[in-house]
Design a protein around this ligand. Sequence first.
Ligand code: NAG
Ligand code: NAG
Ligand code: NAG
Length: 369
Amino acid sequence: MNSSLQADEKVLVTGASGFIALHILDVLLSERFHVIGTVRSKDKGEKIKKSFEELYPYAQLDFEIVPDVAAAHAFDGILKKYPDIKHILHTASPFSFGSGKSMEETYLIPATHGTRNILESTKNLGKNVKHVVITSSFASILNLDREGDSSFIHTEKTWNPITWDIAKANEITSYIASKKLAEELSWKFLEENKSDVNFTITTVTPPYVLGPQMFDWGLERSSLNTSAEIVNQALQSTPASKGPFDVPNGVACDVRDVALLHMLPLRNENLAGHRLFPISGTGLKQRDYEDAKFNLQRVLDVMNTKFPELRGKISPGDIKDNKPYLDKIYYYNNDETCQLTGVEFKPFDVTIYDSTKQILDYEKLQSKS
Ligand SMILES: *[C@@H]1O[C@H](CO)[C@@H](O)[C@H](O)[C@H]1NC(C)=O
Ligand SMILES: *[C@@H]1O[C@H](CO)[C@@H](O)[C@H](O)[C@H]1NC(C)=O
Ligand SMILES: *[C@@H]1O[C@H](CO)[C@@H](O)[C@H](O)[C@H]1NC(C)=O
């Protein structure tokens, strides 16, 4: 292998403008990968390229337009144009919102077709692809009947038992099932086609993804992410705000850790064939299996403790003993991921601190100009 080849190790990142994907681009570019990102519009690509070039003058970053990742052969053109792509990170999670559409059309078809497309294109055209990393979700792990059940520990081995027939009754379960079915499809695809392909698959199964936006422009109203919304909700509260403060709730992880887990399989063959499960506050040094459980009260507690200037402006919440509420959330353990990767996952406080600080600094800047 010569050094010029190493200097141009191409990675395709689908859905490159997403909240998680921008942090993935950051890790990849800082590790000197040559990134090819897919976006839905030219403007988006140009804005992202400009921001990364300010950060990394040596960045090798190109964008390709893919209007609909769920359309047949959506990725064929890109794999033909760049036959030396070595890794593919599939983060695109298409939705097709709109009234009058069935649950199949809104959730199932976009999610599963997007995943099938990238795998089929890779099998047929990506002769040099070694690693495929797929952004799955805790939705494909969780068992909805075991919320708050301390005898049921969700791990990398747990599969959501939900079937499409049951799930299609409502929006939330349809979304959850589509994520699970898309991940299941990718493992089946590999299993059944393993004699014809040369690539490995690793999936990443994040629960609620919180943390700062990659760039301040991500804080502009129109682009704020729904998961990251809870930080905003807490910041916009007032001492007069009424609860409930036990919702929204869930299991958290930090967007920067999620991004790191997408890069590691490109460097570590031991991660092939695994599901990587990021969770706030876990690691080989810190084995805290409570830290990731959050609700609005907990976000407010962190803000009121760490930012004296917010005290008296935002709500203190009204839950004095939060433990019984947090105990009603899913139980989990990600020892396998911690052992395989050695990552010490950022504690919840750090994630909330960094997100809040980014927003406060941004607001100060806006009010000055
Ligand atoms: C935020 O998350 C939603 C839902 O997962 C996604 O559709 C949207 O593209 C994300 N927004 C940004 C700015 O990444
Ligand atoms: C194996 O690959 C072919 C495409 O080349 C695809 O049609 C088939 O569905 C794959 N098998 C599975 C189980 O997904
Ligand atoms: C897999 O890789 C080997 C060695 O690089 C190559 O000879 C073979 O043709 C590849 N197989 C496929 C299906 O691409």
